[in-house]
Design a protein around this ligand. Sequence first.
Ligand code: ATP
Length: 267
Amino acid sequence: TDEDALSFINKAEASFGDVGGMEDVKEEISLKIIKPLQHQDLYKAYGKKIGGGILLYGPPGCGKTHLARATAGEINANFINVGINDILDMWIGSSERNLHEIFEVARKNTPCVIFIDEIDALGANRNDVNKTAGRTIINQFLAELDGLDANNEGILVLGATNAPWYLDPAFRRPGRFDRIIFVSPPDSEAREAIFNIHLKQKPTDPIDYKSLAKASKEFSGADIMAAIDIAVEQKLQASFKDGIPKPLTTKDILKGIKKSKPTTKEW
Ligand code: ATP
């Protein structure tokens, strides 16, 4: 029902400022989907086509979901996060209608960003998804995407995948996911920014972000959060006695980094 669907729609709180690095990716998203939404008349005047989705691809934990949510926040849009398991569940319980309902909910709540994670799992090449299910859902999904393209309703569709090569080629046609953006592992500068974003709300001494970035080669954003979490747990231990939070230091975080493993090596 609409009500069920509405339980996973919410106003996005984050904005691009909460996403470390990815300046070029933000720029591209801005030009290709945010500006068209904000200046529909201008685009029309030049006969410039709008609509279609963007596919984000890259290693896990590097901020695709985070970026999609922030994109919604940038335009004060609602955000619907649909995981592949949601979609497969829908199939078990006659998904076609449900997939349609998601888009209906979005239509009633524009502007709206629909984010679909692990979209490659819909690819017919994968043997872990029932082929018939895959085909039916793919067709329904493509129909919804094509429908959006025709009447531009203030709905942006972002898809994410770690494995674009599995994606059914039908997704890539014009007006569908015709743009593909690589969300790379964060470089040193981006890692500095990510540490900053996730530490600035916590009690800390002045932090040497450069040395954190240097020590965290090949860390994803998620890895960075895990390293911070290790440091936080240590500090909690030290704070239990007197109940006063002890500020995190650069050294604490460096220790957290040492105890974590980077996950983006093969990218
Ligand atoms: P997956 O492919 O596993 O779904 P993903 O690319 O969607 O991964 P996210 O879920 O967006 O990754 O990132 C995991 C967590 O790491 C997020 O909650 C986010 O807070 C943090 N993170 C990742 N990248 C960044 C970034 N560039 N800036 C700030 N935080 C980040």
